[in-house]
Design a protein around this ligand. Structure first.
Ligand code: ADP
Length: 635
């Protein structure tokens, strides 16, 4: 090979043959084609040069004195450093068995002597390019493996960081919620006393409002961290969607009134009211969107619009697709800010002016809707208003499955003729014990306190309380351990233990219940939660403010005529109870949107059917002639 083309060699080849003339021919033809060829006159020589000058390919004669080509090949294949060099045998042996042996010991090809120059070149070229391809594949593989290892390490590091974040979350949540529990709880207790003058009542209301605001902020930050750490789960339950919407209407109508805004809940639909979904998250999403809409809107109003569409499976309704829309006539959002609105900590110029909020509400709502299988979107006309909307697919539930959410009334005393209940409060913080003591003592419970799990076990053994309110994190012995020890006794099975936790982590619920606790309550709690849990587990019955009657399980009677009614029900009610002439007059009044005539007709309807009159009157007074008109659409 000439000096010139050495640098551009097409590959390095070792030619092994005991005959000089054969070597000479091979070197000549290969060198001419630009290969870098070096010879070995025996097997032994080949094995020694191969290490100092590693070739890309070996042409190997078989019949040689001392060591034949097969043996040379076997040595090369046994050596880690040379086993990958492709070997082409060149031999005068032409029996099939010779060729088979050549391949079986690791040769890649076989050329019979006397050889054709073109054949040698073609085979050498093929195997060298195969070799090159294999090398590049191996290199790529190695790179890939390195990448996988690096990724795995990064994943592990991220997992550890997430774990650290969760622990931080749990601790922070505990640290922040515990004092908040005391602030909100004592404020609630104080508001029960009659002796407060109006100014102090107002001050107390401010403490309460600020505490609740702080709780919302803490919850938002925690919610967001939980989403980021991938620890948010969907907790579905059966609930009454009508009741949820009515609750929200009640909750926000005061705020809307204060700002002189119109708040319309447009959900007079045929949709079934009992559904299966994550009620807590849906409520949080709607509260957040409504809060924003009312916060930013200065004139006009806010509409919550809900529509339904059945989804059929094999001819039967399997699910319902609910479409929620929250529209406002507020300042709107500029187009360039619309794209980032769902990012965390983003506030638009309007938002920043209010000097309120964290910029987390929409990010959380967006993620919650996504977790529930929908997509929260926004559209806005700057200067005219904003619309947020999303759809959710929900399964239907039977009415009987749904828990009746009772209106919260103030407990004023225990119902007479009950056992004298012994309640043990276990908490290392004096303030927390005081809160429960002051709530339960005046009502006539026998209450005792313990500062840690150890003390709780001692009191429990002698005093046998009906129920224990148990804090989780305490020195000496924590709530888990105390619960485990108490529940290990037969007599302990009869004691109800409810854990109080300031943690927000859903997975802790499983650990708590595993320890043998009967229930758990998150801090900060409402007084009503305490009373409800005692009713649920040991059957305590109360007397309430206003009605002063027992809270048995009897059905709550709704105020006459105030029930929600669907269009279909309204239609059938009107058809069956109204005489033809009255119906005709009513239809005319509705068509013309004539409120005065409608109201006088409602008076006449009320003489025979008070509940129908109430429903129609509510709709007419709300100017919902569109709904009243719908009744006649498919008459
Ligand atoms: P926060 O309200 O706590 O600041 P959000 O994530 O709920 O956080 O909202 C982010 C920002 O989006 C708000 O600060 C405000 O700039 C803008 N925004 C949200 N809702 C509306 C709305 N209905 N009209 C106008 N701007 C809105």
């Amino acid at each position: 090979m000439t000096e010139n083309n050495k640098n551009t060699s097409k590959g390095k080849i070792l030619a092994v043959d005991d005959k000089q003339e054969n070597l000479h021919v091979l070197i000549k033809i290969l060198d001419k084609q630009g290969y870098d060829v070096f010879p070995a006159i025996s097997g032994t020589q080949a094995l020694s040069v191969v290490h100092s000058n590693k070739p890309d390919l070996i042409l190997l004669d078989i019949l040689m004195p001392d060591m034949n080509g097969y043996e040379v090949c076997e040595h090369l294949k046994a050596d880690e450093q040379t086993r990958d060099i492709p070997i082409i045998f060149i031999s005068a042996l032409s029996e099939t068995v010779d060729k088979v042996k050549a391949f079986s010991i690791g040769g890649v090809d076989y050329i019979s002597k006397p050889f054709q120059v073109k054949e040698v070149l073609a085979r050498v070229e093929t195997h060298l390019s195969l070799q090159r391809l294999q090398k590049s594949l191996e290199e790529k593989n190695e790179l890939l493996e390195q990448e996988i290892v690096a990724r795995k390490r990064a994943e592990e590091a991220a997992q550890m960081a997430n774990q650290a974040k969760s622990t931080f979350l749990a601790n922070m949540s505990h640290e922040l919620r515990t004092p908040l529990n005391a602030i909100l709880g004592f404020a609630q207790l104080m508001s029960r006393t009659q002796r407060l003058d109006p100014e102090n009542k107002e001050n107390l209301a401010i403490i309460s409002r600020s505490g609740k605001h702080l709780l919302t902020l803490i919850n938002q930050v925690l919610d967001f961290s939980k989403i980021e750490a991938g620890r948010t789960t969907i907790n579905e339950s059966k609930f009454d969607l009508y009741a949820l919407l009515n609750d929200l209407e009640e909750l926000f109508s005061l705020k809307a009134n204060d700002k002189d805004l119109q708040l319309i809940f447009d959900h007079y639909l045929n949709f079934p009211q009992y559904i299966i979904a994550d009620e807590v998250k849906l409520r949080q999403i709607l509260i957040n969107l409504l809060n924003n809409a009312l916060k930013f809107t200065q004139k006009g109003g806010v509409t919550v619009w809900v529509r339904e569409k059945p989804i059929f499976d094999k001819g039967v309704v399997s699910k319902i697709l609910f479409h929620f829309k929250i529209e406002d006539t507020g300042p709107g959002i500029p187009p360039d800010e619309l794209t980032t609105i769902f990012e965390a900590f983003v506030q638009t110029s309007t938002g920043r002016q209010t000097c309120e909020g964290t910029g987390l509400g929409l990010a959380i709502s967006h993620q919650f809707v996504q977790l529930m299988g929908g997509e929260l979107t926004v559209s806005s006309q700057f200067g005219e208003g904003t619309t947020f909307e999303f759809s959710l697919q929900c399964q239907l539930a039977e009415a009987i499955d749904v828990k009746n959410t009772k209106i919260e009334k103030e407990v004023i005393a225990l119902e007479p003729n009950q056992s004298r209940y012994r309640i043990l409060i276990v908490d290392d913080k004096w303030m927390n014990r005081q809160l429960l003591m002051k709530l339960l003592n005046p009502l006539g419970f026998e209450v005792r306190e313990a500062e840690n799990g150890q003390e709780a076990i001692e009191i429990w053994e002698k005093w046998e309380p009906h129920l224990i309110w148990m804090d989780m994190q305490m020195p000496v012995m924590d709530g888990f351990e105390a619960t485990r020890q108490i529940k290990a006794h037969i007599k302990g099975q009869a004691t109800i233990i409810i854990i109080m936790t300031a943690s927000v982590l859903e997975e802790e619920r499983v650990v708590i219940l595993d320890a043998g606790c009967d229930d758990f309550l998150r801090k900060p709690f409402k007084n009503a939660d305490i009373f409800d849990l005692m009713h649920k587990h040991i059957g305590v019955r109360y007397l309430y403010e206003e009605e002063s009657k027992p809270n048995g399980d009897e059905e709550e009677s709704k105020p006459n005529g105030d029930e929600e009614i669907t269009i279909a029900e309204l239609k059938s009610e009107m058809l069956t109870t109204l005489p033809d002439d009255l119906l005709k007059q009513w239809q005319e009044a509705v068509e013309y949107g004539d409120l005065q005539t409608a109201l006088s007709l409602i008076d006449r309807i009320g003489e025979n059917n008070k509940s129908l009159a109430n429903t129609l009157s509510k709709l007419a007074k709300d100017f919902r002639f569109d709904i009243l008109q719908e009744v006649f659409d498919e008459w």
